[in-house]
Design a binder for this molecule. Sequence first.
Ligand SMILES: [Zn+2]
Length: 404
Amino acid sequence: MLTADQVLVKQINKAIVLNTIQKNETVFRAEIAKKTGLNRSTVSGLVDELLADGLILETGIGISQGGRKPVILSINRNYGSIIGVDCGVNYILIVLTNFAGEILLERRIPVSAADLPEERIGLLKQLIQETINSAPSSVSGIIGIGICVPGIVNYEEGLILQTPNLNWHNVPLKKIIQDQFQIPVLIDNDANAGAIGEKWFGLGKKATDLVYLSAGIGIGTGVLIKNELYRGASGLAGEMGHVTIHMHGRRCSCGNIGCWEEYAAEKALLNFISENIGNYPATGFLDKHHIGQLTVFEIVQAAKAGDPLSIAALKHIGQQLGIGVANIINTFNPSTVIIGNTLAVAEEFILDELKAEVKARCFTAKYYPITIVCSALGIYAGAMGAASLILSRVFAAPVTQQKL
Ligand SMILES: [Zn+2]
C-alpha cells in the first residue's frame, strides 16, 4: 500500500516520463531513465502503465547497444482529439487536432465585430457541434475544448471580463460551453494562448523565457518566465497594448489615452494610410476610397506589388511595434520575442524596422543574444494556442495540475 506522498511522487514521475516521450517524439526506456535521472525499473513500470492507459504506443524496435534491442515509444496520436478555437474580433477559426497537435480539421469564417455576445456564442456552439460530429474516433474522444479571445479573462473561472474590441462584459463562456457539450473547457486571452502555442508547436520550443506579442486589431502579450505563463496577482498580466506611450495621445477603447496599441496595431496602420494618402503616388493597388475596410492582408499584397504608401505604412508600424518591444525587453529580459496575429503576415516589411528600433532604444538588448521573429504558425497561432491550453493541462505534473 502506497502512502499519499508515494502516490504523488509516482504521479509526478509518470508525468515526467510522459513529457519526456512527448518532447523527444520517439524514445526508449533506457533513454528516458538517462534523461530524467529516474531508475530503469521505475521508468519501465511507469511506461507499462502509460501503455495500458493508451497514452503512448510501442512504435518499433531500435538498434541494440549490446543486449536486447530497445522498444521505441511514442505519444499515441490517436489517444484523443482537441478542439482549439480562436474567437477573433472579425473571424472565428476552429481546429480539431490529434493528441500530437496535428490539425485534422479546420474552419475559418468571417463574422461581424458588432455581433451581440449571444449571437456569437450561438455560432460558436454550432461550429463546435459540427466539429465534434466530424471528428474521427479515438481512444478517449474529444479531450477538451480550448478557446482564446481578444480581451481580459479570469482564467480559473473561464469568465471573459471584457473584450474592448468586441464589447463583451462578464461572459461566463467556460460554463456556457461546458454545460452544452459536457467536455472540459479552458478559456484564455489570445496572447497567453499564443505564448503557450509557440512553446508547444512554434518557434519558442527551446525558449524558457519568451514573450509572445499578439499584434492585430489590438495588442496583447503572453509572457513565459522559466516555462510558466506569468499571469500576475489576478490573472490580468500582459496587457502591454495599454501601456501609455503618449501622455496626451489618442483616446483608447480601454478608457486611457496614448496607449501603445493606438499607435502600433491595425487601426494605426489604417490611420497612417488615410493621413498620408496625398503624399504618395497613387498606384491603384489600394482601394483608397474605402480605407476603413482595408485588411492587413490587402495592404501587404499592395506593398508586395510595390505600392509606396503601403510599404511606408507597414514600415511605420514596424517602428511603432519596436518602441513597445524595446520596453518589453528592458522589463522581462526574454530570450525570444515572437510577433504573432495578423501583423505577422507583414514580416518582410515590419521586422527589420522593428529590430532597428529595438537596437536604437533598448538598454539591455545589446548585452545578450535575443531572438526576435514573426510566428511561423501564421493564422493558426491563436487556435493552436487554444488547443495547447488543453494539452499543457493534460501533460502537466500533478502538483500543478488542476481539474480541467
Ligand atoms: Zn488602452
